[in-house]
Structure formats: structure tokens, C-alpha cells
Design a binder for this molecule. Structure first.
Ligand SMILES: [Cu+2]
Length: 161
């Protein structure tokens, strides 16, 4: 093998290696970009598919309210929505059916808005409505612990104009 042959072989190897490196780089860049897109989309859609455990989440032009009720009351004391927007209440009862007072059921009712939702023991129940009339209302549970009169079993529901 002549000296120039060796040189040529060496250069060929080098070119091959460079090509492989470029390819690896391209694939890695693509994977990184793909991961980024997946995370970005996941981050943006997270409130739609997995709303916060508890609290008020704005989804488009509506609100999703996740609220938990137990013997010591509701975990969200005040809810604010805008008049005309769609409101979804997901009421979760944290109590089991062994409770003598109410059997583990809890309620989310607003008389003025015709809302009356009951969650079964250790379960979630949902309702969707549109709050049209601005005002300050009371939501309450009248099933357990002294019911409506118990200050821990009610909260403020504000419909802003
Ligand atoms: Cu209750």
C-alpha cells in the first residue's frame, strides 16, 4: 500500500466519522426539540386535563372549581366568577360512608342560582351552570354537622358583573 493510498483511506475514515457525528447531532437536536414541544404542549394543556387539586381554574371563557368537603368544612371559602361565564363545580367528599352524620355525603347548594349538588362518600360529583345574575351568594352543605347554619359548612359565591 502506497503512502497516498494510506492517506486516502485515512481521509475516507475521517469523512465517515464526521458524517456519523453530524447524524448523531441531528438526531439529538431533534429529540431535544421533540421533548421541548411535548413539555410545552403538556404545560399548556395541563389545566384542561388535570386542573389543580383544589381551587378555581380559568379554562377558556369558563371556570372549573374543584372543591373538597369534609366534616370540618369546605376547603375553598370563596369563589369568584364573572357573570355569563360557564361554571363547572367538581365537589369531592373526603368522608367515607361510616360517618353517622350525613353518611359521608356532602352538598354544594346555592339557592338563588338553582344549584344543588350532592357528592357521595369518597366521591366526586359535578355540575355545570351559567351564573347570569351578578351578586353575592352563599353556597352551603345542609347534609352534615348542623347543616346550613354551621359556619364551616358554607362559603361565599360571588358573581361579578
Ligand atoms: Cu357537608
Amino acid at each position: 500500500m502506497s503512502h497516498s493510498d494510506k492517506e486516502r483511506l485515512k481521509r475516507q475514515h475521517q469523512a465517515e466519522r464526521n458524517k456519523q457525528r453530524t447524524q448523531i447531532f441531528r438526531v439529538s437536536a431533534f429529540v431535544v426539540l421533540l421533548l421541548f414541544v411535548i413539555f410545552a404542549v403538556g404545560y399548556l394543556l395541563a389545566p384542561v386535563f388535570a386542573p389543580k387539586a383544589s381551587g378555581v381554574t380559568q379554562v377558556g371563557s369558563g371556570k372549573i372549581i374543584n372543591i373538597e368537603a369534609a366534616m370540618d368544612g369546605f376547603d375553598v371559602p370563596e369563589i369568584r366568577v364573572k357573570a355569563g361565564e360557564q361554571v363547572t363545580i367538581n365537589l369531592r367528599s373526603l368522608d367515607n360512608s361510616m360517618h353517622t352524620d350525613g353518611g359521608g355525603k356532602h352538598q354544594f347548594a346555592i339557592d338563588e342560582l338553582g344549584v344543588n349538588l350532592v357528592a357521595q362518600p369518597m366521591s366526586t360529583n359535578s355540575t355545570t351552570f351559567t351564573a347570569t345574575k351578578p351578586g353575592e351568594y352563599t353556597f352551603y352543605c345542609d347534609i352534615c354537622c348542623g347543616g346550613k347554619a354551621n359556619p364551616t359548612m358554607n362559603g361565599k359565591f360571588v358573581v361579578e358583573a
